[in-house]
Design a protein around this ligand. Structure first.
Ligand SMILES: [Cu+2]
Length: 214
C-alpha cells in the first residue's frame, strides 16, 4: 500500500514537472543598444517528432547559432524596433472570424506578404490563412497566409526554404520590460474540440511569451 502511494506521488510529481516545464527562450536582447532587432520564426504543419509529431508548431531561429529551436519564447530589448520575419510553411483555410485577417498594431499598420504590403487578407480567396501571430496586449495581429495544400508541403521541422512557403514581414516597437503572451488565433489544433486544444493550448507550439528586458 505504501509502495502504491509512493508510486502515485512520483507519477504526480513527474506529470506536474512535465506540464510546467518551460520551453527554452531564444535571446535577441544582446544586440547593440538602439539597433533594431531581427526576429525570425517559422510555422510548420506538423512538428514531425516526439512527443507530438502531428502537432502544428512555431519554431524560433537562434541568432547566435543560426539553428532553429523548438520553442515559442523569445526575448527582446525594451523600446526597440523589432523586425519580424515569419516563414510560413503550412496550408490555410477560410477564417471563421474575418477580423483576424486584418493586420493591426504593426508599424504603418502594414505587413509584407512575399514583399508586397497588405492591410487585410481575404481568407476566402486563395489558400486561406494558416495561423496568426498575435500579441493581444499590444494590439498586434498578423494573418499568416497559407500555402497550396496540394503542394509538397514540409511535414517535419525544421523546414527549409526548399519547401513551399510564404514570407511575412512586419515591425513594431517593443514596449517596456515585462512578459507579453502571444499566440495564434486560428483554431489550428486539428483533431481537438473546435481545433482549440492540443498545440493551441501548449506553450512551445501555438502560444508563447515575448519577454522584454530593459
Ligand atoms: Cu496556428
Amino acid at each position: 500500500m505504501v509502495g502504491f502511494f509512493v508510486v502515485a506521488v512520483v507519477v504526480i510529481v513527474v506529470l506536474v514537472i512535465g506540464f510546467t516545464k518551460q520551453p527554452p527562450t531564444v535571446d535577441y536582447s544582446n544586440a547593440q543598444s538602439g539597433q533594431p532587432v531581427d526576429v525570425t520564426l517559422q510555422t510548420v504543419g506538423a512538428y514531425g517528432s516526439a512527443p507530438h509529431p502531428t502537432w502544428v508548431s512555431y519554431l524560433i531561429k537562434d541568432p547566435s547559432t543560426g539553428q532553429w529551436v523548438h520553442t515559442s519564447y523569445f526575448q527582446v530589448p525594451a523600446h526597440t524596433r523589432v523586425n519580424m520575419t515569419i516563414i510560413q510553411y503550412d496550408s490555410g483555410s477560410p477564417l471563421r472570424n474575418q477580423q483576424i485577417g486584418m493586420v493591426t498594431g504593426t508599424a504603418g499598420k502594414v505587413a509584407l506578404l512575399n514583399g508586397k504590403p497588405f492591410h487585410v487578407y481575404n481568407s476566402n480567396a486563395g489558400n486561406g490563412v494558416g495561423h496568426t501571430f498575435s500579441i493581444p496586449t499590444l494590439g498586434i495581429n498578423v494573418p499568416l497566409v497559407g500555402n497550396n495544400a496540394n503542394a509538397n508541403l514540409c511535414s517535419a521541422a525544421p523546414c527549409t526554404e526548399k519547401s513551399p512557403h510564404n514570407v511575412l514581414k512586419f515591425s513594431f516597437t517593443s514596449p517596456g520590460s515585462g512578459s507579453y503572451p502571444w499566440q495564434c488565433f486560428v483554431p489550428c489544433g486539428l483533431g481537438f474540440l473546435y481545433g482549440n486544444g492540443g498545440p493551441m493550448q501548449t506553450n512551445g507550439y501555438m502560444a508563447g511569451f515575448m519577454k522584454v528586458v530593459a
